[in-house]
Design a protein around this ligand. Structure first.
Ligand SMILES: Cc1ncc(COP(=O)(O)O)c(C=O)c1O
Length: 383
């Protein structure tokens, strides 16, 4: 049976990984500046993460959400502590789309309203509501199309205020990435996030902080939205949460109340996923990875700004995008095929860096060297 052919694949079979390195089936080593799409937070196959999952496997891998699972409460306490969102509640699921789906549904239950404000170029996932608030018509199936979504320009405070003034009594939620990832690394400004907070307070709407990609310490704060100094009502999380073990969740402010049956899932919050997520937090705390993401991210951003051929550098911490001169549009392929470096991209010319938060300064320097060599090679070819 063939695989359903939806992914344009690099012709490389990755079979082994450790830290910020991966190896293919022929033993070739690669530097991973992509982190499997922002998923690898503490480093591939971190020994503490492996051991905690292994130990959990011997105890219990799964039971349904019909019984008390103490490890879920341990995880909730650990997230409360590391995020500083002390009185928030935790609902666990399995992926980023599912986290946003639940966040949007909860906002609608809570307010009794139907309309959602989302932003141009946003990406929130591929399930029905998550894809409806995603600004990419090519992945929205006819059945997912709805008039309930209002797309506004990012960072346009006047447009946000006008929309609330006209339809505020119908708006259930505003959903926004602290830094838009798939779009090509565009930051929501602090003033914009503060304006969203105020509008949601004034009109009784729910502020949903999609932190699936920009959260979990990647930007040097636990949530990218924290840089603006405001709290959201719901934070969605996934990617870095399990370091590759599938897990997602939403953090829910205390004023939003649960009702039996309102949300639910079979696999969400299973003990194995919780063990993986606890291991991630333990390593983040022990190795001070949020601080490292900031320091190493600042260093990398500054260094990228000095490189000729790079037009613009955007982002915070270890969520970085840089725009290449159009003559260097093959840089990502060249980095991968000639210099053994995985990076991400956003069309047409943005390279995205989403490495493990544990990447060393030596590996960052190695990346910078290979990037400069790749640029030189491409420049030689165009002469
Ligand atoms: C900001 C954001 N939200 C949601 C998602 C969807 O997450 P998942 O692929 O785990 O469903 C992604 C995935 O890239 C994302 O970047």
């Amino acid at each position: 049976m063939s695989l359903f052919n939806v992914y344009p694949l690099n012709p490389i079979a990755i079979t082994k990984a450790a830290g910020s390195r991966v190896w293919d089936d022929k033993g070739q080593e690669y530097l991973d500046m992509y982190g499997g799409h922002a998923v690898i937070s503490i480093g591939h196959t971190h020994p503490h993460w492996v051991k905690r999952i292994e130990d959990q496997l011997h105890a219990i891998a799964f039971y349904s959400n019909s019984v008390i699972m103490p490890i879920q409460s341990q995880l909730a306490d650990a997230i409360n502590t590391i995020s500083g969102k002390k009185d928030f509640q935790l609902f666990l699921c399995n992926s980023g789309a599912e986290a946003n789906e639940n966040a949007l549904k909860l906002a609608s239950f809570h307010t009794g309203r139907k309309k959602i404000i989302a932003f141009k170029k946003a990406f929130h996932g591929r399930t029905s509501l998550a894809v409806a608030v995603t600004d990419n018509p090519s992945i929205v199936a006819p059945v997912n199309e709805t008039d309930n979504i209002i797309f506004l320009p990012l960072n346009d405070i006047a447009a946000l205020q006008t929309c609330f003034a006209e339809q505020g009594d119908q708006i259930a939620a505003v959903i926004i990435e602290g830094i838009q990832g798939v779009a090509g690394i565009y930051e929501a400004s602090d003033a914009f996030l503060q304006a969203i907070r105020k509008a949601c307070d004034d009109y009784g709407a729910v502020y949903i902080a999609d932190s699936v990609q920009c959260g979990y310490g990647r930007t040097g704060q636990f949530f990218a939205h924290d840089h603006a100094g405001v709290n959201a009502d719901i934070y969605s999380m996934a990617k870095g949460m399990g370091n590759g073990f599938p897990i997602g969740g939403i953090l829910i402010a205390p004023h939003i109340q649960a009702k039996f049956g309102m949300l639910g899932t079979t696999f969400g919050g299973n003990p194995l996923a919780c063990a993986a997520a606890l291991a991630v937090i333990e390593v983040m705390q022990k190795e001070q990875l949020i601080q490292t993401a900031k320091t190493n991210g600042d260093y990398l951003i500054q260094a990228l700004k000095q490189i000729q051929g790079i037009k613009e550098v955007r982002g915070r911490g270890l969520m970085i995008g840089f725009e290449m001169d159009p003559s260097l549009q093959d840089i990502r392929k060249t980095l991968l095929n000639d210099f053994m470096v995985f990076t991400g991209e956003a069309k047409p010319n943005v390279i995205r860096l989403l490495p493990s938060l544990a990447i060393t300064k030596n590996d960052i320097d190695l990346f910078l060297k290979r990037l400069q060599d790749a640029i030189a090679l491409l420049q030689q070819k165009t002469i």
